[in-house]
Design a protein around this ligand. Structure first.
Ligand code: NAP
Length: 325
């Protein structure tokens, strides 16, 4: 008979690791399913979005900043120090039960049973959805949703590059690209950036920074490598061509919840896991969620970590209350 774990954590970003640290210290013997690296069509890595970031400057306790991947290594080491077990496999399906235990299906065809589950699978990069955009992203043809991962490639040195989007991610990526591109265009669909003032100024202060206001990309040009984009002006409808050697899409993220389809879990209108107010509890007893997968609003490393802590405490309380530990 398959043994039932007290707690399985799915996901390995700040939320998943923080939940693991708290749960391991509470002797819940958590198993953390960290997933495997994949392209869909951009990179998805165990450790989540911080693995695709350079310096994290706004996580308290690191006055000089810290690289995203190093930060996730440290979170993992801290969780493992207290006994969290790490499994490098994807959970591809779930069968949640209102009276438990829950059954989780792994990509390798195994079934894992758990009295409590914390979902901390984060979110993945959005794409515009153009056929040529996705084709060139999949084939490494100079279209990417992660400037920090791909932008430093020799093919982009001293070239004309563009970032689509007007949020903090777009500013961060565009600023990073200004270090080696000849010119970096931010293509934004409105006449006002959504990004915070400090991030805007950091980009706009670079000599090779340009913003193309009120423009959307309607096609990506080039056979095996990108040669440019077709733009449409959102006010006049006029179309134009912009020659480019690289295009970086930074238009937000979608919660990673595909594997939860048909699970009975409740989602909000935007597809994030719905939580009870001020808790990590979902609509299914013993199933908790933390981090970007359940946070349409803040989406910060530090808020995800805080939610991971809440989820571990909620799971511990649930397991105690039901005599499962
Ligand atoms: P975001 O704030 O949701 O911004 C997405 C941007 O993409 C918006 O400007 C939006 O335009 C645009 N957009 C969305 N769909 C589009 C489409 N189909 N075509 C063209 N443009 C489209 O996402 P984000 O920049 O990834 O940031 C997410 C969260 O992470 C935010 O809370 C942000 O503050 C945080 N963050 C913080 C830092 C930092 O502080 N270091 C760095 C990165 C991210 P509209 O403005 O017109 O809606």
């Amino acid at each position: 008979m398959t043994s039932v774990h007290k707690l399985v954590i799915i996901g390995s970003g700040p939320a998943g690791w923080t939940a693991a640290i708290y749960a391991a210290r509470a002797q819940l013997e958590p198993i953390v399913y960290v997933g495997v690296p994949k392209q869909d069509p951009g990179p998805i890595l165990p450790g989540g979005q911080l693995m695709l970031t350079t310096e994290v400057e706004n996580y308290p306790g690191f006055p000089d900043g810290i690289d995203g991947p190093e930060m996730m290594d440290r979170f993992q080491a801290q969780a493992e120090r207290f006994g969290a077990k790490v499994v490098g496999e994807d959970i591809t399906g779930v069968e949640f039960s209102h009276d438990g235990p829950h059954r989780l299906h792994t990509a390798g065809g195994h079934v894992v049973m758990a009295h409590a589950v914390i979902i901390a699978t984060g979110a993945t990069a959005n794409w515009i959805g153009l056929e040529n955009e996705l084709r060139l992203a999949r084939s490494g043809g100079g279209v990417s949703a992660c400037a920090v991962c791909d932008g430093a490639l020799p093919a982009f040195r001293n070239q004309r590059l563009a970032v689509v989007g007007g949020g903090d991610t777009a500013m961060e990526e565009a600023t990073y690209l200004t270090k080696f591109a000849s010119v970096v265009y931010v293509i934004h669909r409105r006449d006002e950036l959504r990004a915070s003032r400090i991030m805007q100024e950091r980009f706009l202060s670079r000599e090779n920074a340009r913003v193309l206001w009120n423009k959307v990309v309607v096609d990506v040009l080039g056979e095996s490598k990108i040669t440019g984009v077709r733009l449409r002006d959102t006010l006049t409808g006029a179309e134009s061509t912009l020659d480019l050697k690289g295009l970086f899409i930074a238009i937000g993220h979608t919660p990673a919840t595909k594997f939860l389809r048909g699970s009975g879990l409740e989602f909000d209108d935007a597809g994030f896991i719905a939580l009870r107010s001020r808790s990590s509890q979902t609509n299914i007893p013993g199933v908790f969620a933390a981090g970007d997968v359940a946070d349409p609003r803040y989406k910060q490393a530090v808020t995800a970590a805080g939610m991971g802590c809440q989820a571990a405490l909620d799971a511990e309380h649930y397991l105690n209350e039901h005599g499962l530990v």
